[in-house]
Design a protein around this ligand. Structure first.
Ligand SMILES: Nc1ncnc2c1ncn2[C@@H]1O[C@H](COP(=O)(O)OP(=O)(O)OP(=O)(O)O)[C@@H](O)[C@H]1O
Length: 291
């Protein structure tokens, strides 16, 4: 049943491009107030997924629902609840920064001067600058400000920080979760800079070849994912999720064996078996899953 409380519900999504499935039987749910990191190597299908999620691309199978509505036929009020930061901002080049903000403000459903100031102060753009003269990073800042000033309930960001300088990136990765906590917005952020996402995300979705390889909350990963020095005992009932460097047909990886389903009762047995247990470090887990 479609649920009007759930910002995004994707079920068995299939998308074919150039004659091959780029997204294949993909399901995921984004919940209110949660920051979800979307990770995956180049070509995994992240941008295509975002296109389907926003209703910009048609789907070849499955469903994409935003607050219970089909993504390709959202009502205008529902569309107004979404803030999207694309990989690169195009268009509006003839405007000056201040003119564009003033122009778009006319269409805002929920003006909020405090939010405006927070993001405008962060972006530190000259309102008189013409958009066509902005640098790549300045355009990225503008795209972020434009998406977030509308106080969206769902924020979708496709690699928003790649061209930001370290200071702007650092500040943004602190302002974004603060906004999500304040507003209860659901955030989906795709990025290759995993260190930025490690401490700020509540949930991690790792994609490869158009499929979800792992979808877990940060808490679940910390509590139940471990890297062992060798294969686990069969009686421990653990799922081996990655064994990078493993010889075909074996679970033994040169860089350890990643398992899920860990629980503290196993600590003593694992220590006796000589396992060096490391908690789930997101970046190493991602590298192991995608190697
Ligand atoms: N219009 C198209 N026609 C054919 N293939 C396409 C088209 N658009 C994308 N693809 C293919 O779909 C796959 C997924 O592309 P997508 O841009 O979604 O990946 P991504 O995970 O966002 O990658 P990146 O991290 O490089 O941005 C790629 O192999 C790409 O070549």
């Amino acid at each position: 049943m479609p649920d009007p409380e759930i910002p995004v519900e994707i079920s068995h999504l299939r998308k074919v491009l150039g004659g091959r499935p780029v997204l294949d039987d993909l399901s995921l749910t984004l919940r209110p107030g949660e920051i979800t990191a979307l990770l995956g190597p180049n070509g995994a299908g992240k941008t295509t997924l975002i296109g389907c999620l926003l209703g910009l691309l048609s789907v070849d199978g499955g469903t994409v629902r935003l607050w219970g509505e089909d993504a390709t036929s959202l009502r205008a009020e529902t569309r107004a609840r979404i803030g999207f930061v694309p990989q690169t901002m195009t268009g509006f080049t003839w405007f000056r920064v201040g003119e564009l903000m003033a122009y778009l403000s006319r269409y805002r459903a929920r003006p909020d001067d405090t939010e405006d100031r927070t993001w405008e102060d962060w972006a530190a753009l000259d309102p008189r600058a013409r958009i066509k003269t902005l640098s790549g990073g300045e355009r990225q800042r503008l795209a972020i400000v434009l998406a977030l000033r509308f106080r969206p309930d769902l924020i979708v960001l496709d690699e928003p920080v790649a061209s930001l300088d370290p200071q702007a990136r650092y500040d943004f990765m602190r302002l974004l979760p603060a906004y999500a906590r304040r507003s209860g917005a659901s955030v989906l952020i795709s990025s290759h800079i995993i260190s930025d996402l490690q401490d700020t995300s509540d949930r991690f979705i790792m994609m490869r070849h158009g499929q979800v390889m792992l979808d877990m909350t940060a808490r679940e990963i910390a509590a139940t994912v471990r890297r062992l020095s060798g294969p686990p005992d069969a009686g421990w009932n653990l799922d081996v999720i990655a064994a990078p460097g493993a010889a075909p047909g074996t679970a033994q990886g040169a860089e350890g064996v990643w398992v899920r389903g860990w629980h503290p009762a196993l600590d003593a047995a694992a220590a006796a078996a000589g396992h060096a247990m490391l908690p789930g470090d997101i970046e190493r887990l991602f590298l192991a899953l995608t190697r």
